[in-house]
Write a protein that binds this ligand. Structure first.
Ligand code: C2E
Ligand code: MG
Ligand code: MG
Length: 501
């Protein structure tokens, strides 16, 4: 290939002849020039030349701008080779491995929660962290291996020699360790972790694109399994990815054919033990596969945008149930989950929902919208307008899964929420874990200080209930009081509670 390429490149004489003609005719020339540097390397430069003429129209001088093409091929933030370079080297490595039966390993290193750093601390801090992360990786990865930055918070490492499990394991371990060291280059000490996906050629893939896609899949799995982990690509992962794709198809039918339903989980007031609210939770019973967890299908629905239509259905079901429940318990409220994708959607759909609410005669305050900390972090004009719409109609807001994200207290005040839901992860450690106890106490105290009520999620034991009651937590939800159940069953409980039965 190199011979034919060389034949396409012009001789210096030809290039200068071109340049002269163009400058005379158009006053401008642009092109690429290769030359040899002092240390013997061939370097390519992009060159632009313009003529400058004096008042008499005579050429007085030329202005030349040169840019090293090789530096354009480096990532601007980290100085590491860019995606383009990685693609080239990966293609080369895969080609060599095909020819010589030598293995290639590709590691994709993704920083966990990096987006939160960018969003909460700004892009400048984000860049500093990326640069440092890149430097740490470069210190580990030595020639002939390549480390490149391939996207927002992702790096890739190509290993072409000593591709044996022990070496790759050690390399992945070392990367994880290096990236979990605190980042002290910014005004704030940051603790980050990374997740690594590994795929091999020829074992897992036979083309660069397949290798990239499989290493990426493995990295997603590492993130899903708790982060700060390295995972090798497996064929089971591939099967699951395919299943996910088929779920996306099936979900479309599920909405049309009414396979989705909404169940209600009681929320009790800790001081009285009475059910004063419920949380509406989606259920999908697949005709062949049986029940599929919302944790599995909600992300798929978000990706395809179907979550918007699904959200409409949840809202309508919630109103219908509330109308019946309030005949038994006039103060009954329902909280329902709203995906960030819904909240980022323009207003029309939300207006439709609020019209439905007005028609029902149910007061807006009987509805609580559950959003996650991520929504607070990603606020924009659309989300703010939507929140304002619901607020104007009297709806209340709760922060779901509080404590698991990266949000700061100031966000709570900015969005002016009514409830904080302590995530099950902290409740499950009660009453024994001193750390979880301190966290729950702090969340309750802080929320009360801001005038917010607290709902604890996932209470399974009486000890957990007692510990939270002692902290003056306001509401509780969990298997101890009731699993998510068909709406009719909650109505029966409400009737029992109100002493009518
Ligand atoms: P979430 O909003 O945090 O809901 C609480 C989850 O904890 C529910 O899982 C509930 O069944 C479970 N749970 C409640 N009490 C206990 C307990 O004592 N122990 C344990 N181990 N688990 C408990 P589920 O129903 O599987 O829902 C999972 C997530 O899916 C929800 O988390 C929510 O984020 C999402 N989701 C559910 N329904 C909807 C919906 O209608 N729209 C949207 N956008 N998301 C939904
Ligand atoms: Mg929820
Ligand atoms: Mg939750």
């Amino acid at each position: 290939c190199c011979d034919s390429l060389l034949r396409l490149i012009k001789t210096p004489e030809e290039v200068f002849a071109d340049m002269r003609t163009s400058l005379e005719r158009h006053g401008f020339w642009r092109g690429e020039i290769s030359s040899r540097s002092k240390d013997g390397r061939v370097i390519s430069q992009a060159v632009a030349v313009s003529t400058v003429r004096d008042d008499d129209g005579e050429i007085s001088h030329f202005v030349t701008v040169m840019a090293g093409l090789d530096s354009l091929r480096d990532d601007f933030v980290t100085g590491l080779p860019s995606r383009q370079v990685l693609d080239d080297r990966l293609a080369q490595a895969v080609e060599l491995s095909r020819a010589g039966r030598k293995a290639v390993a590709l590691l994709i290193v993704g920083l966990d929660d990096f987006r939160d750093v960018n969003e909460t601390l700004g892009h400048r801090v984000g860049d500093v962290v990326l640069r440092e992360a890149g430097a740490r990786l470069r210190a580990i990865v030595t020639e002939p291996q390549t480390v490149a930055r391939i996207g927002g918070d992702e790096f890739a490492i190509i290993v072409t020699d000593a591709v044996d499990p022990a070496t790759i394991d050690a390399l992945a371990e070392e990367c994880l360790r290096a990236l979990s060291e605190p980042f002290e280059q910014t005004t704030k000490t940051l603790h980050l972790t990374a997740s690594i996906g590994i795929a091999m050629c020829p074992d897992d893939a036979d083309s660069p694109s397949q290798l990239l896609s499989h290493a990426n899949q493995a990295m997603r799995v590492a993130k899903g399994q708790g982060r700060n982990l390295a995972r090798y690509f497996t064929t089971a992962m591939q099967a699951e990815a395919l299943q996910r794709a088929s779920i996306a198809d099936d979900l479309r039918h599920a909405v049309a054919e009414g396979q989705l339903s909404v169940v209600m989980q009681p929320v009790i007031e800790l001081s009285t033990g009475r059910i004063t609210k419920v949380e509406a939770l989606l259920r999908w019973t697949h005709p062949e596969r049986g029940p599929i967890s919302p944790a599995m299908f909600i992300p798929v629905a978000e990706k395809s945008g179907l979550i918007k239509a699904i959200g409409d259905k949840v809202f309508a079901d919630v109103l219908e149930w509330l109308a019946r429940a309030r005949r038994i318990s006039p103060d009954m409220a329902v909280s329902f989950n709203m995906s960030p994708v819904e909240l980022h959607d323009e207003g029309a759909r939300h207006e439709d929902r609020l019209r439905l609410l007005a028609l029902s005669g149910i007061p807006g305050r009987a509805l609580i919208v559950e959003i996650t900390e991520g929504v607070l972090v990603e606020q924009n004009d659309i989300t703010r307008a939507n929140v304002a719409r619901y607020r104007a109609a009297g709806l209340q807001f709760a922060i779901d899964d509080f404590g698991t994200g990266y949000s700061s207290l100031s966000y709570l005040q900015q969005l002016d929420v009514d409830f904080v839901k302590i995530d099950r992860a902290f409740v499950s450690g009660l009453p024994d874990s001193a750390g979880d106890r301190a966290l729950c106490e702090a969340i309750v105290a802080m929320s009360h200080g801001l005038g917010l009520k607290v709902i604890a999620e996932g209470i399974e034991t009486d000890e957990q209930r007692a510990a939270l009651a002692a902290m003056r937590c306001d509401f509780a939800q969990g298997y101890l009081f009731g699993r998510p159940m068909p709406g009719d069953e909650v109505l029966t409980l409400l009737e029992e509670q109100s002493g009518r039965v």
